[in-house]
Design a protein around this ligand. Structure first.
Ligand SMILES: [Zn+2]
Length: 77
């Protein structure tokens, strides 16, 4: 905890990916894929991120950017 005195429980005693990432597009891509995979719960329709198609890739990257942008806001409590 001493290295990251402000880190909360979700930071695993270190900086999270939002705090520490230096590659924004890479982080967006990783989160977009994670979000996509989390929606592939029906085997009949399940598709990998690579096979999702351009439209879904774009939409889920937008979701990922929104989520990351939200989490980057200063704490308001
Ligand atoms: Zn963080």
């Amino acid at each position: 905890m001493t290295d990251h005195p402000h880190a909360g429980p979700g930071h695993n005693s270190g900086g999270c990916m939002v705090c520490t990432s230096t590659d924004r597009d890479g982080l967006v891509e990783r989160l977009a894929e994670e979000l996509w995979e989390s929606r592939q719960d029906d085997p009949q329709w399940a598709r990998s991120w690579a096979d999702a198609g351009e439209l879904w890739n774009i939409r889920f990257r937008e979701l990922a950017r929104t989520a990351i942008g939200f989490l980057e806001r200063p704490e308001v409590m």
